[in-house]
Design a protein around this ligand. Sequence first.
Ligand code: ARG
Length: 573
Amino acid sequence: MDFIKSQEEKIKEVLNKIGYKVDYVKLNVSNMPELGDYQFNGVMPLAKEYHKNPREIAQELVDNLDKEDFEKISVDGPGFINIKFSNAALVNYFKDYTLKEYDKNNKTIVLDYGSPNVAKALHVGHLRSANIGEALKRLATFLGYNTISDNYLGDWGRPMGLVMLELKNKNPEWPFFDENYTGEYPEVEITNEELEYLYPIASAKAKEDETYLEEAREMTARLQRKERGIYALWEKIIEVSKANIKRLYDKLNVEYDEEYGEAYSDNFVNDVVEYYKNNNLTRLSEGALVVDVAKEDDKKELPPAILVKSNGTVSYETTDLATIYDRVNRHNPTAIWYVVDNRQDLHFDLVFRTAKKGILKDKDVKLEFLGFGTMNGKDGKPFKTRDGGVMTLESLMDQVKEETAKKINENYDESLKEEIAQKLSIAALKYADLLPVRTTDYIFDIEKFCDLNGKTGVYLLYSIVRAKSLLNKASDINDSLIKINGLQDRDVLVKLLQVDSTLNKAFEERSLSFITDYLYQLSKSYNSFYDANKVLIESDEELKKSWIYITRKFVEVASTLTNILAIDIPNKM
Ligand code: ARG
C-alpha cells in the first residue's frame, strides 16, 4: 500500500481505539519542513466535537501511536501533530518501489474533448480542450478506469452549409449541386487550406446578406436531408478536414478511441424526440417543440430546451441528447465528461437537465461539464494574431517552436535540432496550458512558457533528460536503495511520497494543475540533489548505488506523470 495511506490508516485505527470516531484521516504535506515531513491537523474538529483541549487529544494520540516509522513526532501550536519519518522507514518503503497503474475498477468514463467544427481552422481554444481531455483520459486510465475518448466532430451544422455554398458559387458546374444528376460524381480537388479560407468568407457574408444566409440554410437543410450529391460532397470535405485535424492532434499526442460526430448522432435524433413526446415531456412553444427544465430554486431563469425548431430542424441540444442516448447504449458508462469552453455551460445545463428528466431517468450516469478558461493575450483579451485575427493553433505552435529552438545545443545536426525543438515546443505549450487550475483563464507568454529555469515544460524535460543521461552512464548499477545520506536525497524521497495523493487529487478536482505543480516541485528537489552530489565519482559504493537508485525512481515517476500529461520526452536536449 501507498506509504502515506498506510500511515493514515494507522492513525485512524488508534483514534477510533482511544474513543474518537473518525471515518478517515488525512495527512498534509508540511509547509514547514523544519518541523516535519507531514502534518496532521485532524484533532481540531475532534476537540470541538468532544469538548476537549486539542493539545490533549493530540498528545493522547501520539502516546498511543506505534512510533517505529518516525524519527520525530511532536504536538505543536494549538494541537497540530508534526511527523518526520525515519530514514529506515523510507529505505524500507522505497527499496522495491515502483509506480504502477492501478487495478481496473470496472467503471467506464466517456470523455468528449477536442471536438472541433469540421472545415474551420483549429484555433487556440481547441488546444485547451484536446490537451486537458487527453490528460484526464490518461489519468483516469492510470487510476483504473476504463475510458473511451470521443472526438465529437461538429460536422452537421451551419458551417458545413456555408462552406458548401461557397464551393457552389466557385464551381457552379460541379454535378454535386444538381438534384437531377444520376451519374457518378467526379474526383474534385478540395484542400484543407481552401476550406479554411472559404469558411470565414462565407460566415462574414452570411452576417451581412440575408439572402445569402437563407441560401446557406437551404444548403444545410439539403445536407441534413442527405440529398445524394450534397452528401457525396460533404463526405469529401469531411475526409480532407479530418485528416488535417488528425495531423494537428498527432503533434499534440492526442488520440481518440472513436470519432463519431454530430452527423452520426443524427441517426438517433428521431428516437430521442419520440421518447420525449411519448412520455409527455414536451410542449409546443411558438411552433417549436420544447422541454421545460427550469427548477423552482434556480437562481437564474433557465429557458426551455428546444428539441425541434419551428422550421423543423433540430438544435445543438437535441444532437447532444442523441449522442448521450447512443453512448449510454453502447458503453454503459458511469460518467460522461465534457471538456469544453466555460462559455458553453448553459448549453450543457440544458442538455443534462433534459437528459435526466427523460432518456437517463432510470440510469445511473453522471454527466459532468468540465469547463475551462480561455487563453488570453497580454492585454487580457482572447488571444489574437498581430493584426487582430483569430490565432490558429498551428501558427501558435510554430511560434513556440521558434522559441524552443533557441534552447538546444548548438552542436547538434539540423535534423536532431528540429526533432528536439518540436518535442520541447509541444511540452512548453502543453505544460503551460495545464498549469493553471482548469477553470481559470491564463495569459499566453512565450518567453515565460519556454524559460529553462521556470515552472515550465522545458525545465521539466531538462531535469528528466539530465537524470536519464546519468543513468545511462551508470547502467551497470542496478541495486535497490540501501541508505540515505543527506538532506537532498531524503528530500527527493519525501517528494516521491506525494505521488499517489497528487494523482488522486488531480482526478477528484478534474484538474491537471496538481500534477504540473507536483512535477515542478519534484524536479526542483531532484536538481538540488543532482547539484549537491557528484554521483559518478563517489567513492562510497553504497552511497553511489543508492543515489543511482534514487535517480532511477525520479526518472520513473517523472516520466510516468509526464506521459499522463501526454508530453513526450526527448533523448537529449
Ligand atoms: N463542436 C463544438 C465547438 O467547436 C464543441 C463540441 C463539444 N462537445 C459536445 N458534445 N457538444 O464549439
